[in-house]
Design a protein around this ligand. Sequence first.
Ligand SMILES: Cc1ncc(C[n+]2csc(CCOP(=O)(O)OP(=O)(O)O)c2C)c(N)n1
Length: 585
Amino acid sequence: MTSSAPNRPAGHALVEALIAQGADTVFGVPGESFLAALDGFYEHRDRIRFIACRHEGGASYMAEAQGKLTGRPGLCFVTRGPGASNAAIGVHTAFQDSTPMILFIGQVASSQRDREAFQEVDYRQMFGPGTLGFAKWAAEVHDPDRLPEYIGRAFHVAMQGRPGPVVLALPEDMLAAATSAPVLDRIEPALAAPAPAALTRLRDLLGAAERPFVIAGGSGWTADACESLERFAEGWQLPVGCAFRFHDVFDNRHPNYAGDVGIGINPKLAARIRDADLIAAIGPRLGEMTTGGYELLTPPKARQRLVHIHAGADELGRVYAPDLAINSSMACAAPALATLAPPATLRWAGWTASAHADYEANLVPTPVAPLDMAEVVRCIDRHVPADTIFTNGAGNFAGWLSRFHRFAGLRHAGRTHLAPTSGAMGYGVPAAVAASLLEPGRTVVNLAGDGDFLMTGQEFATAIAHGAGQGAGKLVSIVVDNGTYGTIRMHQERDYPGRVSGSDLGNPDFAALARAYGWWAGERVETTAAFEPALVAALAAGRPALIHLKLDADVSTSRTTLAAIRKKAEARRADENASAKPPKP
Ligand SMILES: Cc1ncc(C[n+]2csc(CCOP(=O)(O)OP(=O)(O)O)c2C)c(N)n1
């Protein structure tokens, strides 16, 4: 504990506490409810910056991306009712993605509490653990002298076990009151480690397997832990797939890499996971997207033997009854796994080689004209450094990135993928802006859908205002404009063929919009050949750049078209109708 200036406003003490935790950047939208904290940011402006965003949804996404990128809680400040409501999407994303984050909300004065005062909300009800899916912990601080206690708990809770978001409401009078509260030293999370007996059992289970498969993912990975995972996989010759949105946990070029286990999974990989006799899930939640809608592994007792290693005790046995559950952080589990000596002979070297061969074969696209998204991704990869950070929100457009981009792997390049496990649209632009501000030396590429982009595109203004993408690292946003909420259209064609409802979009001129924000933008790209010069110009622009791609809506995914989906659905309907006919007399 460091003692600090006596009798400064609690708002200043709060900012000092964040600095002591290693923070140099917070994201937010100001409100009159936390003026004393804003004044604290002014007081300490040489050590911490307040990035004023254009919407609390953008700010909370940026803080979530900060948590993903740094492993420390991302920090977001918003005002009461309206601000908190807008910020909810980032809290939900941080919850589903197990990302450490703290949302600070300016609250009505204590003297007005419980009157439904202006914009008053009870954030413990709104975000508290009882809501299942928002904050891990929500609290309101009433005593300025207890700020260190609340901040300390917030950092611990956000980072420990299964990481996640914490909400702290700060009544405006509390923030303005004087306190001599000291400042806590930097908090490191307590890390659970595997018990020796569990490791022995794991070794036995692996030794008895014929077709083992590792699914790696979740949060809490460090470069060292990823390197240990790689050594474990090499020693035991295990095939490794990355869980949904955690594609960068394992080097995609490694000979043991088998592909990503998420939306749009390689069908051969899905078959392999079904056929495996042992699944070692190291780090990920076994959520709907990573389990193919709970079908690759069927709950509660999967057909495959299941070893589940997770940092959160509550995740173990939550849906699946594992044969072995290990409650451990990745920082402790991975080095322990790397020390497990494999037997002299392993039975599954061919199985692992064919898993990687399936992955390589899946990288070969079916050519599409006039604009081939697979070639777009390949072209980006030729022109940007290996440590480029890719961001995306939700939509079919992201499928081309998932399938064709080869992530360098966290052990080599740090986190290179910021994307929402929660499937939240609008995540990609704010995440890219945050990444660019936090790591100005790295290139950042955002891939966005036209629907996805316009949910948070206003954060282009934040990028310009705070100098993102204007240094060594480039910032490029690529908008895939197909004139539709394509994912929903795809589902409609599957379930209600030909009946397009609520999914068409009327779009602006994205390049003109970008220029209005001060971004560079060239001609709209409509062909594969036009993309490379557009990308080269964007990377040389010296400021953030947008590339507007026009894609035919029929090109639904990297595997199929809307027309094909509709035809199949109509044929299925015809069959169903025929079999429903009463027998002829
Ligand atoms: C915030 C939010 N709202 C709605 C959805 C439901 N949703 C999922 S994908 C999608 C359409 C995405 O459209 P677009 O960004 O244009 O990408 P496309 O699917 O066309 O490639 C919608 C509406 C969501 N996931 N998140």
